[in-house]
Each structure stands twice: as structure tokens, then as C-alpha cells.
Design a protein around this ligand. Structure first.
Ligand code: RFL
Ligand code: PHB
Length: 389
């Protein structure tokens, strides 16, 4: 098989890139390790930056999103029962959009299928060859037979556990990592959200987040121990713990119900550099991870796709390689700022096992400063709604 861009990974990064390239007449093939149903069963991001939404529009896949999404002009921060709002609209003139990653991925799959896009599911043993030369190729196993795709470029969109990053030689690759000593236990429940804006809650018992997907579907998280397993947490225990961490008035109106999904995500910050090696480009979780506290994971994946897409269009339409040559530099400049913001929000709002009483007081003082200081709120708001591409 031959294509212009071989894309490894059929998550949101890979599908969005494939769809954007298609809009500009550039051919791609997407290789996905799992089935489509499996990818769609993963409950992940919920908060999208306007930059992401604009990219979906450019890809021609924003119709349902524009109809069904929820615009959030602000968020609530609480600490030990006192809460305050951060008004994004007032502070930055912008907002964020609530529309689940599952729906984003579904819309992208539908668009790729409608356009006759080539997506190969359940591939195994993907290998990238000759990325440092002029004629790369990708090999993989499908139904017991080895297949090969010759291409001009390879986009590694295969997430944190993928193979693309490993294709960059160790002598070239630098990795930066911070692992946090806790995880997030998340549940999805068919109950109305407790609040019309998200609540980020810091408490003596640990962090909690009240989020949502729509008027009838809520997403809640509580900070948990890394040794916990979702089976150990009954729904009743989850709701009780959540209520103890969020402001009392919110706990009183919280509607509880059976969970329809329950999972634990460990928290990690991770960046790999460079994000380009010859004709191989890393995008999204394949290159970097943030703790979910700032809602930046999918949004940073989208900015990578923006830079790569424009670089490839420049290459094919203008015969100019400036965009692909500077891809890594441009993507990383934005990534590190999102890494900083996500690390900061995580550090501000979580309970760390080795924290002293002094550390807790400093955290409380920082939350109080944020509550009282417009400049501090503006810093949060500008980062949360998304820095410019
Ligand atoms: P994905 O989604 O991991 O997709 C990678 C795809 O590649 C496939 N794959 C392979 N295919 C072929 N060969 C191989 N060897 C392969 N290895 C892997 C996988 O099966 C998969 O389909 O990466 P992508 O596309 O870069 O997208 C990244 C986002 O999924 C991720 O950053 C976000 O979900 C992070 N995130 C959030 N981001 C936000 O912007 N806003 C949020 O509100 C937000 N909330 C979250 C989150 C992530 C969470 N978890 C579970 C980590 C909340 C949570 C709890
Ligand atoms: C979510 O709705 O899943 C969500 C929202 C905000 C975050 C993280 C996750 O910061």
C-alpha cells in the first residue's frame, strides 16, 4: 500500500490529522491497534479550548458539536467549604466548551468513514522504518499477515504506550517526567450535574472535581491512592467521599445514582524532545502527558495537530518545508506552558502525602490570593481557555 502520510493511532489526534489532511487533498492511512468500539468506550476529556473547536470546524466535523456542546464562561474553585468563581469571559473575553472526547472521536470516525478514509483496525506489531531517510515505511501484522505501507511521512499519534516514540533513537531522545503520588478515581453517572460550571475542590481529605457531559450525564473525580482499585470503591463510598470534599451547599444538592463507568487514572507529567525525527512526527499523548487538573491533554494534542497539519500543507501545496522543520520547536514551546499550568493547578489543589503543615498553609494562602487578586485570576483564566497557537 502507498500513502502520503501514515498515521499510527486512531485516537483523537490521528483521526483529526487524517480528516484535516483529507480536506486539503492529502492522502493518509490510519493504523489502530484496537477496535473502533474499544476506542469509543474510553471516557476521557470533557473540556475543549476554542482552538480545538476551530480545528474541528476546519476539519468539517463540528456540526453536531456546535449544536450539542455547552459553553462555559467560568469555573468554580473551592477550598475547605469556601468557594469562588473565575470568570473566563470577563477576564479573557473567551470561554471553554464542554463536549466529551468520546463524541469528538465518534464525529471524526463518521467523517472519515463517509469520506472513504482508510482506517485499519486491530493491527499488531507496528514498525517504523527509514524515518531518518527519504523513503520511510510502516509495517504491521493484520489477520496474521505482514503488511507494508510506503509513505512520505509518519505521524506517531499512538498515545503514551505506543511504539512511535520508541522509534526515535535513545541518543537523540530526551524525556522529562514527574509522577505524582496519587491518582484520580472517576465515575460517570446518569444524573444531572451538581453545578452549571465545573467545581475544582481542594479539601483536607484531598482533591475532587465535579464535571459533566450534558444535562443528564455527570462526570465526577476524587483524588485517590495509587494502590486503590476501582472495584474497592462502591458507588455509595464514592458519593460519600465526594460530598465530604466539595462545598456543603453543593453536597446538599448533589444527585447521586449508579455509576455507568468507574476507573482510576494515575497522574503524570511527561515530555519527550524532540517531537520530530526526520520524517517521523510525534503528536499528542505519544509525546507528552499532563495531569488532568488543567484539562489540557486533548487540547495540547490539538495544537500539535494544528502545527503538523499546516506544516504538511505547506510542504505539499507550497513546496516549503519550513513548517515541518520547525514543527518540534513550535509544538514544544506551547506544550511546556501547558505542562507548567497543569503542574501548577495539580500542586495547588491536591493533598500530597509528604506535605507539612507549613506546605498546607502556603497552599491555602495561594488559593486565598487567587480568590482576591484579579491578576492571579487572569493568569489562570488565560491558561485555562488556552494560549494562542
Ligand atoms: P490516545 O487517545 O491515547 O489515542 C492513541 C491511539 O493509538 C492507539 N495505539 C496504537 N495503534 C496502533 N499501533 C500501536 N502500537 C498503538 N498503540 C496505541 C490506541 O489504541 C489509541 O486509540 O492519544 P491522543 O489521540 O494523542 O489523544 C490524547 C487524549 O486522549 C488525552 O490527552 C486526553 O484524554 C487527556 N484528558 C483530558 N484532556 C483534555 O484536553 N481535557 C480534559 O478534560 C481531559 N480530561 C484526560 C481527562 C485524560 C484522562 N485519563 C483517563 C488519562 C480525564 C482523564 C481521566
Ligand atoms: C472531565 O470532564 O473529564 C474533566 C474536566 C476537567 C478536567 C479534567 C477532566 O480538568
Amino acid at each position: 500500500m502507498r500513502t502520503q502520510v501514515a498515521i499510527i493511532g486512531g485516537g483523537p489526534s490521528g483521526l483529526l490529522l487524517s480528516q484535516l489532511l483529507h480536506q486539503r487533498g492529502i492522502d493518509s492511512v490510519v493504523l489502530e491497534r484496537k477496535t473502533k468500539d474499544h476506542v469509543l468506550s474510553r471516557i476521557r476529556a470533557g473540556v475543549l479550548e476554542v482552538g480545538f473547536v476551530n480545528l474541528m470546524r476546519e476539519a468539517g466535523v463540528a456540526e453536531r458539536m456546535d449544536r450539542e456542546c455547552f459553553i462555559h464562561d467560568g469555573t468554580v474553585i473551592s477550598r475547605d467549604n469556601a468557594s469562588f468563581g473565575i470568570n473566563f469571559k470577563d477576564l479573557t473575553g473567551s470561554h471553554v466548551v464542554v463536549y466529551g472526547q468520546t463524541e469528538v472521536t465518534r464525529d471524526l470516525y463518521e467523517a472519515r468513514e463517509a469520506a472513504g478514509g482508510r482506517i485499519v483496525y486491530e493491527v499488531e506489531g507496528v514498525g517504523i522504518h527509514g524515518a531518518d531517510g527519504d523513503a520511510p515505511c510502516v509495517t504491521y501484522m493484520k489477520d496474521g499477515a505482514e503488511q507494508r505501507i510506503d509513505c512520505d511521512f509518519v505521524a506517531g499519534c499512538d498515545g503514551f504506550h505506543g511504539v512511535s516514540r520508541q522509534a526515535i533513537p535513545l541518543g537523540v531522545r530526551r524525556e522529562y517526567e514527574k509522577v505524582y503520588p496519587f491518582g484520580w478515581l472517576g465515575i460517570l453517572s446518569e444524573t444531572p450535574p451538581v453545578n452549571d460550571e465545573l467545581i475544582y475542590a481542594s479539601s483536607e481529605r484531598g482533591f475532587a472535581l465535579c464535571s459533566m457531559r450534558n444535562e443528564k450525564l455527570s462526570r465526577y473525580y476524587i483524588q485517590c491512592s495509587l494502590s486503590d482499585s476501582p472495584e474497592e470503591w462502591s458507588d455509595a463510598a464514592f458519593w460519600e467521599e465526594l460530598k465530604r470534599r466539595i462545598p456543603e451547599e453543593a453536597a446538599e444538592r448533589l444527585v447521586t445514582g449508579p455509576s455507568i463507568e468507574k476507573s482510576i487514572a494515575p497522574l503524570r507529567s511527561f515530555v519527550t524532545e524532540p517531537m520530530r525525527w526526520g520524517r517521523l512526527f510525534l503528536c499528542g499523548d505519544a509525546a507528552h502527558i499532563v495531569p488532568p487538573t488543567g484539562a489540557k491533554g486533548l487540547n495540547t494534542a490539538a495544537s500539535d495537530i494544528h502545527y503538523l497539519y499546516h506544516g504538511l500543507v505547506q510542504h505539499y501545496h507550497d513546496r516549503d518545508d519550513e513548517g515541518i522543520e520547525r514543527y518540534s520547536e513550535r509544538a514544544l514551546a506551547r506544550i511546556w506552558k501547558a505542562e507548567r499550568f497543569s503542574w501548577w493547578m495539580t500542586t495547588l489543589l491536591h493533598r500530597f502525602p509528604d506535605q507539612s503543615a507549613f506546605d498546607r498553609r502556603i497552599q491555602a494562602a495561594e488559593v486565598a490570593f487567587l480568590r482576591d487578586n484579579r491578576a492571579a485570576q487572569t493568569v489562570l483564566a488565560e491558561n485555562y481557555v488556552g494560549l494562542p497557537y
